[in-house]
Write a protein that binds this ligand. Structure first.
Ligand code: PMP
Length: 314
């Protein structure tokens, strides 16, 4: 129903924002480039819960800095997300039937013709109910290792949540989907041997009690779910390692799983790389399922939040 809009003038100060009816916004054809971040909202027993909104705020600030944009303060960001969530509360799906997805957008809306930063910016937060990522229980993902198209190059924008990372890989994703895969697994763009991430989630590889995940070296997004799952896995006694993960190690793993706001923690059933296809453990006893039940439990209020990750706003 409602969106939150806040403008930033040339001096870099965001003015007080306000809620308005959701609708089209007017943009000059010469408006500058965009950058976005996201946060999630869930509800259990009538409570509206936000998962780590402050971390999403800081991530937007990092993205803004990389894209030469001013950004709202953490307080301004979190307040805008809360107001948007509460104003759209009637759209929060019933317990277990999905969540209300909150999307904050920061964009250069002032006119600019030559290459350079826009003179004015707009911060918008809108919301949409989304169903569960997995319609019929958690299904294992089938991933295709992409070798032709790269997601991000060293020094580029892969480390921040920017729209510039998504358009270049739409073709790879659509090709993988047409071949029956769920998603694409990207390799580094230099050696084409080291694991990066999937289209919108981070990736973990399990061998025995060791859980490895690609180090955030500027080409992959530092997911908030990734960070949370690393902490939960450490609490449970697993050895969590951030490093360069070779594709051969992925093909030799016991388990592979993905993490992200939309998927939560999702098991990978198969990976196809060149002419090889490997199957992984995905059962109820898997590391992935154990970590998933803790994380999703905390997010939905079913598991006690001893970490202070969840904020109830009503
Ligand atoms: N990588 C990419 C490219 C993404 O778009 C996302 C989704 N935001 C993630 C990883 C996972 O990040 P998060 O856990 O913060 O949702």
């Amino acid at each position: 129903d409602y969106m939150y809009v806040m403008k930033c003038s040339k001096d870099g100060e965001f003015t007080k924002g306000e809620l308005s009816r959701f609708g089209n916004i007017q943009l000059s054809p010469s408006a500058g480039v965009l950058n976005y971040g996201q946060a999630s909202l869930l509800k259990e027993n009538g409570k509206v819960l936000l998962f780590r909104p402050d971390h999403n705020a800081v991530r937007m600030q990092h993205g803004a800095e990389r894209m030469l944009m001013p950004s709202p303060s953490v307080d301004q960001f979190v307040d805008a997300v809360k107001q948007t969530a509460l104003a759209n509360k009637r759209w929060v799906p019933p317990s277990g039937k999905g969540s209300l997805y909150i999307r904050p957008l920061l964009m250069g809306t002032g006119p600019v013709l030559g290459l350079g930063p826009a003179p004015e910016y707009t911060f918008i937060v809108y919301a949409s109910p989304v169903g569960n990522y997995f319609k019929e229980g958690v299904a294992a993902l089938d991933l295709y290792v992409e070798e032709e198209y790269a997601r991000a190059a060293p020094g580029g924008s892969g480390g921040v949540k920017s729209i510039t990372n998504y358009a270049p890989v739409l073709k790879a994703l659509s090709r993988a989907k047409s071949l029956g895969f769920s998603d694409v697994l990207y390799l580094d763009s230099v050696k084409k041997k080291y694991l990066e991430e999937a289209s919108a989630c981070n990736v973990f590889v399990v061998k025995g009690r060791i859980i490895s995940t690609p180090a955030t070296n500027g080409t992959i997004l530092e997911g908030i779910t990734r960070k949370s799952v690393m902490e939960i896995a450490g609490d449970q006694g697993y050895q969590v390692v951030e490093k360069a993960v070779h594709v051969d190690e992925v093909m030799d793993a016991d388990e592979v799983f993905c993490t992200g706001t939309a998927v939560g923690v999702a098991p990978v059933g198969t990976i196809t790389y060149q002419d090889k296809r490997v199957e992984y453990e995905t059962g109820d006893e898997s590391v992935c399922q154990k970590l998933r039940s803790v994380l999703v439990g905390i997010q939905t209020g079913l598991v006690e939040d001893t970490k202070g990750w969840v904020t109830c706003i009503n």
